[in-house]
Design a protein around this ligand. Structure first.
Ligand SMILES: [Zn+2]
Length: 251
């Protein structure tokens, strides 16, 4: 292990829209991809009309869609939701020297490294995985239904053995509904051929790099749909937990 996780002043995570908006079915792209990329080279998001999970890595945006393919997001495309940082990790940890780590073990390790649960952390796991379960939503068409309903038919793929990167964040519990509380990772393989929202995995060897963020900027959609949406009627905590961590049709 090397480095530390003291956040420098002004290290900023920029979030475009809020999870509440997705829960309410606001899937139309709002923010041009080039404007999102201008705020950072690393992050996650979802595609217009829920067409795929987005992975921002090394300054490119990749879209992982429910047909199991990966494509580049054009700079003029609009994105309904994203969380982005300029990733400059201050801590690096080798993984796998004492055996493979499953998702729970990785999350316990990361939690033990965090100096505070009240900050945001950006993190990346690069390495070899013995299994990787991902999901991608299925593209939606108007009229949009709420996310909890839509995710009953998400596409899930067990990729199996793969090499690639988990890209994601940890957000404090009080941000549930604005962001996703706790861990949220998207996966992209090294060949940029497959990926998605990571539901489960096991890493056999690799590197964890992390950075603490001391600032969050929230960019809200300037759309009539956002202005008129009612976010009060959603049981957000339960709904978000189900959407972000469950396997389709099991709950
Ligand atoms: Zn996700």
């Amino acid at each position: 292990m090397s480095g530390d996780l003291r956040p420098a002043i002004g290290l900023n995570i920029t979030q475009f829209s809020v999870i509440h908006a997705l829960m309410a079915g606001l899937y139309d792209g709002v923010f041009p991809a080039d404007q999102v990329l201008a705020t950072g080279n690393f992050g996650i998001g979802c595609g217009h009309a829920l067409n795929g999970e987005l992975v921002f890595v090394d300054g490119e945006i990749y879209r992982c869609t429910s047909d199991g393919s990966v494509s580049r997001v054009n700079e003029s495309e609009r994105v309904p939701f994203a969380e982005v940082v300029d990733f400059a990790p201050t801590m690096s940890v080798r993984l796998g020297d004492d055996g493979p780590l499953d998702r729970d073990a990785v999350e316990a390790l990361v939690s033990s490294l965090m100096p505070s649960r009240n900050l945001f952390y950006a993190m990346r796991l690069d390495g070899d995985f013995s299994r990787m379960l991902v999901r991608e939503p299925i593209r939606q068409h108007h009229p949009f239904r709420p996310l909890l309903e839509v995710m009953q038919t998400q596409n899930e793929s067990e990729i199996g053995q793969t090499s690639g990167s988990l890209i994601g964040f940890w957000a404090p519990g009080i941000y549930q509904g604005i962001s996703v509380a706790g861990f949220h990772f998207h996966f992209l393989d090294d060949e940029r051929r497959i990926g998605g929202h990571s539901l489960n995995y096991e890493i056999t060897s690799g590197t964890l790099t992390m950075q603490a963020m001391s600032s969050i900027t929230l960019r809200l959609p300037h759309t009539p749909e956002f202005g008129e949406a009612d976010f009060e009627g959603i049981d957000n905590d339960m709904a978000i937990r189900r959407v972000e961590s469950s396997v389709a049709g099991t709950q």
